[in-house]
Design a protein around this ligand. Structure first.
Ligand SMILES: *[C@@H]1O[C@H](CO)[C@@H](O)[C@H](O)[C@H]1NC(C)=O
Ligand SMILES: *[C@@H]1O[C@H](CO)[C@@H](O)[C@H](O)[C@H]1NC(C)=O
Ligand SMILES: *[C@@H]1O[C@H](CO)[C@@H](O)[C@H](O)[C@H]1NC(C)=O
Ligand SMILES: *[C@@H]1O[C@H](CO)[C@@H](O)[C@H](O)[C@H]1NC(C)=O
Ligand SMILES: *[C@@H]1O[C@H](CO)[C@@H](O)[C@H](O)[C@H]1NC(C)=O
Ligand SMILES: *[C@@H]1O[C@H](CO)[C@@H](O)[C@H](O)[C@H]1NC(C)=O
Length: 343
């Protein structure tokens, strides 16, 4: 057995023990999904400890939605101190606290195996954004992490600025997910500055922030005149009006590096609809590279919503892989979906 998908099964901590034993005995398992199984700190401890073994084969582990808490997060941080086989770890929605997010980012300074980590929706109560400061420091030295999900970190201008500063000097991170934070125009200005540098960043998700027209203008300028690597940008639900959206469309016309843009949930006016209709009809923006579909009623252009397709860029989506690695047949529905749409 190479992959085991046990999500939503009420395994609880008792089941986690069986899983832990299985992990210690099974030399082939490389994909394990334990999402939403009522596993708590106790179960997190036995699973993390099973992964301490030097001869582990597991590459992907999803703990998403199990409330393992801050202490559970600490067990995973301890596990990552030992170089293991694990390449993807999903600790989203696990009720991690400040201490464990800081610990996880600290161990990633030295861990060379992890390629993708989801630390979304921790429970952070501080306004000082210490966790982001630590994550930024980690990005300065980590040469292996390709994908980082930091949704719902309560990140503001300060955090966005720290990340932008350090990412200028990083040549590894491909995918940065900052959706559902509190980034406004000034934070976006820093991120736009970052895009002017030739970094490795290919995918930036700023959905559900508050970047508004001004933020979109900063991004547009970087995309039009300086972008060498960014391939996909998501700015859904950011209170951007026609001015910002048309600027983004114009920037895409000027420079062809950016291939995918996701804009649903902003304030579409007639100029926006026409601009995106033109981008799509001219072939500059492929229909499967955006989340809007244009249509015309009584001579007026309108936009309808399409499935938000940024997920096809997740590290574990089979198409994003360089070579035919082992685990590519297992995984989330989203991966199945995106490979289907490819076919
Ligand atoms: C790891 O090695 C131990 C001791 O040799 C063995 O009992 C166990 O089955 C191995 N586990 C895996 C996952 O290969
Ligand atoms: C992991 O391995 C790398 C390269 O072999 C090494 O530089 C690093 O110190 C190791 N980290 C730990 C925590 O053992
Ligand atoms: C990361 O975790 C969040 C919160 O549970 C979830 O919504 C998101 O889909 C996860 N992202 C990935 C890449 O798995
Ligand atoms: C970041 O870039 C600097 C050069 O500017 C380089 O020396 C360093 O190795 C890079 N670090 C990572 C993590 O890519
Ligand atoms: C950008 O970096 C890549 C490799 O990281 C390099 O091949 C390319 O020449 C650089 N482009 C510019 C404009 O500096
Ligand atoms: C986009 O702009 C960058 C920076 O000016 C330039 O290096 C690149 O060649 C342009 N790419 C395209 C496809 O126009």
């Amino acid at each position: 057995i190479q992959g085991l998908d046990l999500r939503y099964n009420k395994l609880t901590d008792k089941g986690a023990e069986f899983v832990s034993n299985f992990l210690q005995e099974n030399a082939d398992l490389c994909y394990l999904n334990l999402m939403c199984n009522d596993i708590t700190t106790i179960g997190a401890e036995v699973i993390a400890k099973a992964l301490h073994q030097w001869n582990q084969t597991l590459k992907q582990l999803r703990m998403n939605g199990n409330k393992i808490g801050n202490k559970g997060g600490m067990y995973f941080a301890a596990m990552l101190q030992v170089n293991s086989s694990l390449e993807e770890l999903d600790l989203g929605d696990c009720d991690l606290g400040t201490q464990s997010v800081v610990a996880l980012s600290t161990v990633l300074n030295n861990n060379v195996a992890i390629k993708s980590i989801n630390l979304s929706r921790p429970l952070l109560f501080s306004q000082q954004e210490e966790t982001t400061v630590h994550l930024a420091k980690m990005l300065k030295v980590n040469k292996h992490l390709e994908e980082l999900h930091l949704e719902k970190h309560d990140m503001k201008e300060f955090g966005a600025e720290r990340l932008s500063e350090t990412l200028v000097e990083n040549f590894t991170l491909r995918y940065l997910d900052l959706s559902c934070n509190r980034i406004t125009r000034d934070g976006t200005k820093c991120l736009a500055q970052l895009l002017k540098h030739n970094t490795s960043l290919e995918i930036l998700d700023l959905s559900a922030n508050r970047i508004e027209d001004d933020g979109a203008l900063y991004l547009s300028e970087a995309i039009a005149f300086h972008n060498t690597n960014l391939k996909a940008l998501a700015v859904l639900s950011n209170n951007i009006g026609g001015k910002g959206l048309v600027a983004l469309a114009d920037a895409m016309k000027r420079n062809t590096t950016l291939a995918c843009i996701y804009i649903w949930g902003n304030k579409f006016d007639e100029a926006t609809c026409s601009a995106f209709l033109e981008l799509i009809h001219s072939g500059r923006l492929k229909q499967d590279h955006t989340d809007v579909r244009p249509y015309v009623v009584d001579g007026h252009a309108c936009l309808a919503e399409l499935f938000h397709g940024l997920r096809k860029h997740y590290y574990w989506t089979p198409s994003s892989r360089q070579d035919g690695e082992l685990c590519s047949n297992y995984g989330l529905t989203v991966r199945a979906k995106s490979s289907e749409s490819k076919k």
